[in-house]
Design a binder for this molecule. Structure first.
Ligand code: PAF
Length: 284
């Protein structure tokens, strides 16, 4: 496994892998790798024979009041995990490599970035799309894998790739959960044991919604209210949103449709967590 901080190095390694007839895959991450990230690597290896993992805690997707400084950076453990997973190349640039002085070009996706995460974190998606566009330009992969936990993020990246005709296939991989249902996240390490317990209410709320919908309940407003109430039983949890939306537009749906997605964001103690679940109703 080759590890580099340099864009030129990445380009050279990818060029020689491609010259050797290999299909190139990319897994962009911010490090603090867990089973969820490793499932992306595994999925990427199904499609590609040369996989590049990028590790970069991207400052432009954090607001000034967010956790950029304390975001976990266990670099040795991350490199070990990549090596064990059979990753070919790790790109871990510093800030200046990706954002040189006088950097002033941004990529923005206008509509689906506005509600939900965009409403709570107004500069977040501009940072995500800009850095992902840069990483895809640098690595030029055939395939790039993203996790489904960041539902609005993957929808935004797919939109960007379609709108800008980027020559890459985006693969979205299922959420990986702890045995009790908590969605894996690099931020789970911040949770105290009590908060960890309270955080389970996010996936439980989505489970409750799935059960109500499967039983034929059509009152989506009432289901959303039940999700909120379930989470609010825990004083550690402050719900930011708990909604049922259309999977493509992310607009809230008022009457059930065949395919919907439940999206949740909540502050658990000082840690902000998100989770989601797709709902597929039987076709009439
Ligand atoms: O999902 C993440 O870890 C980040 O948002 C990403 C896609 C690596 C961009 O920094």
């Amino acid at each position: 496994m080759y590890v580099t901080t340099s864009i030129d190095d990445v380009r050279q390694h990818v060029k020689s892998a491609r010259g050797a007839g290999k299909r190139i895959g990319c897994v962009p991450t911010m490090g603090a790798l867990h089973e969820g990230h490793l499932s992306l690597v595994k999925e990427c290896q199904r499609f590609c024979d040369f996989v590049c993992v990028t590790i970069f805690v991207n400052p432009t997707q954090f607001a000034p009041n967010e956790d950029l400084a304390k975001y976990p950076r266990p670099i040795e453990a991350d490199l070990h995990a990549c090596r064990e997973a059979g990753v070919n190349l790790v790109f871990m640039p510093d800030n200046d490599e990706l954002y040189p002085p006088n950097f002033q070009t941004w990529v923005t996706v206008s509509e689906i970035t506005q509600p939900l995460e965009g409403a709570h974190r107004p500069t977040h998606f501009r940072g995500v799309t800009t850095v992902v566009a840069k990483l895809l330009n640098i690595v030029q992969p055939d395939v790039a894998c993203f996790g489904a936990k960041d539902y609005q993020q993957q929808a935004t990246i797919r939109r960007m790739v379609r709108d800008l005709d980027m020559p890459v296939e985006i693969v979205v991989c299922p959420i990986v959960r702890e045995p009790d249902g908590l969605a894996m996240s690099s931020r789970n390490v911040y949770l105290s044991p009590e908060e960890r317990q309270a955080a389970l209410s996010l996936s439980n709320a989505l489970k409750l919604a799935a059960t109500r919908l499967a039983s034929g309940d059509t009152d989506l407003a009432a289901i959303q209210q039940m999700m909120i109430q379930l989470m609010q039983q825990h004083p550690e949890v402050q719900v930011q949103y708990a909604v049922i939306v259309d999977p493509d537009t992310l607009h809230e749906v008022t009457t059930p449709q065949q395919h919907m997605v439940g999206l949740i964001a909540a502050q658990v103690g000082k840690t902000r967590l998100i989770d989601n679940r797709e709902f597929l109703l039987p076709q009439n």
